[in-house]
Design a protein around this ligand. Structure first.
Ligand code: GAP
Length: 437
């Protein structure tokens, strides 16, 4: 399987389209289509529930635009940059720190010229202006990470929830980075969605919670079906650590282009709260009532890109299966049922009104409980293939026997097994089947 197959399936079936496609697209921007938007919703839901249904984590939805001082304090204005080199011959612009031909021979990766500029730091934040006047005083930034919204709201959340350290704040939202080398479909884009959680702990207990969160996050991926052999930890060495991190590990996934970061788990120490105290002049200390002491909590952060996780789920679920000796192949997305955009497809065997009537009523009843699709065009075999390709766990076929026995055929996506079950029991049975999938 290569990435092109995932890109093609995504376009063909309405998961992901190139942004502004009729205008030729916009570099590294993507739109989630009818199935993709539902899949994205489901990915966010499983992450959100895994975090906020714990008694020690609350949610937050902070604004994308923040006071510019936030980015001074966080280090993004001064340090969030990549070194860029311009080729004077072919005008290609590339990164100095990860371009092989430059690192080894000081040559342009495009034309091989050695007529190159010195590396210059290029800040990755998108800048815009607030209000009608475009002067330096009105400059604001689109946030490059959601984390800072959590740090500046640390005490607001703590005071209003009355949670005691250790506790966490979870947030899902858009982030923007003017990446020099975006690419690999939705893996690296300039506009993306992050799912971040900051867990505030007492200094000294940070290493324990760092280890705990590494395992919690890995188990999350196992639970939702990502194959164990496609996941690994990559601890950061001293030269890889971000300016704020005391310790960090990437959860890597084996994407079609190789092992790459899916999620970061970081021990950020007290860097962020201390910086915001310094720059805002406001105390962000926590008062431990039991011990009658004040301290600045340390932070364990888990940070994953929603879009990147969608790509991992799609890659992991994608299977091509040979069905017979003649070489017929079925494409099946073995998505975890909680992720599948459609849970059940209702398929009347023919377009006869008496079958349509039952099928339409069933679709309407079941839609109260789960996401359903209705399809009455093409042969039943073709319709099963369509549903396999988008990961629908169950198909329900209404045939002429249904008129007599009030039963339907339930077809299982992964085994392709079929069983006859009573029409009235479906609304009750389907959620159970999905739960115990
Ligand atoms: N607050 C810490 C932070 O933002 P990061 O490692 O820069 O850490 C966390 O980002 C996660 O966000 C990454 O592991 C990745 O999944 C996702 N991410 C980062 N940049 C991205 C981009 N340009 N496109 C898509 N996802 C991205």
């Amino acid at each position: 399987m290569d990435l092109a197959q995932i890109v093609s399936l995504s376009k063909r079936r309405g998961f992901v389209f190139p942004s502004s496609e009729i205008y030729g697209g916009l570099g590294s921007c993507w739109d989630y289509g009818p199935l993709g938007s539902q899949l994205k919703m489901n990915v966010k839901k499983i992450w959100w529930n895994a975090m906020t249904r714990r008694s020690d984590i609350c949610g937050l939805d902070a604004a994308i635009l923040m006071a510019p001082m936030v980015w001074k304090a966080s280090g993004h204005i001064d340090g969030f940059s990549d070194p860029l080199v311009d080729c004077k011959n072919c005008q290609t612009r590339f990164r100095a720190d990860n371009t092989e031909s430059y690192l080894q021979h000081k040559k342009c990766p495009q034309c091989g010229s050695t007529q190159l500029s010195e590396p210059r730091n290029f800040n990755l934040m998108f800048k815009t202006h607030m209000g009608p006047v475009e002067d330096s005083g009105s400059a604001v930034y689109l946030r490059p990470e959601t984390a800072q919204g959590i740090f500046v709201n640390f005490l607001n959340c703590q005071v209003t929830t009355r949670m005691k350290v250790p506790f966490g704040i979870a947030q899902i939202g858009k982030s923007f980075r003017n990446e020099i080398t975006p690419g690999n479909f939705i893996f690296r884009t300039r506009e993306f969605e992050q799912m971040e959680m900051q867990y505030f702990v007492k200094p000294g207990s940070d290493q324990k919670y760092y280890e705990e969160w590494k395992n919690t996050r890995l188990n999350f991926y196992h639970k939702f079906g990502i194959k164990k052999e496609n996941l690994r930890f990559h601890p950061h060495g001293p030269t890889e650590l971000a300016h704020y991190a005391k310790a960090a590990v990437d959860v890597q996934y084996l994407f079609p282009m190789g092992w790459s970061e899916l999620e970061g788990v970081h021990n950020r120490g007290d860097f962020d709260l201390t910086q915001h105290m310094k720059f805002s002049g406001k105390s962000l200390e926590y008062f431990d009532e039991a011990a009658k002491e004040k301290f600045i909590p340390y932070v364990i952060e888990t940070a994953v890109g929603c879009d990147r996780l969608i790509l991992a789920f799609l890659c992991d679920a994608y299977h091509e299966e040979k069905l017979d000796e003649a070489g017929e192949v079925r494409v099946v997305l073995r998505l975890h049922p909680e992720l599948a955009p459609v849970k059940a497809a209702i398929l009347p065997l023919s377009k006869k009104p008496e079958l349509q009537e039952i099928a339409e009523k069933l679709r309407s009843d079941l839609s109260e409980v789960v996401e359903c699709a209705y399809d009455e065009s093409a042969s039943i075999g073709k319709r099963y293939r369509r549903q396999d390709e988008i990961g629908t766990p169950y198909c329900v076929t209404i045939d002429f026997d249904t008129l007599q026995d009030q039963a339907v055929t339930l077809r299982h996506r992964d085994t392709m097994k079929q069983e006859r079950i009573s029409l009235v029991s479906l609304a009750e049975r389907l959620p159970m089947l999905l739960k115990n999938f």
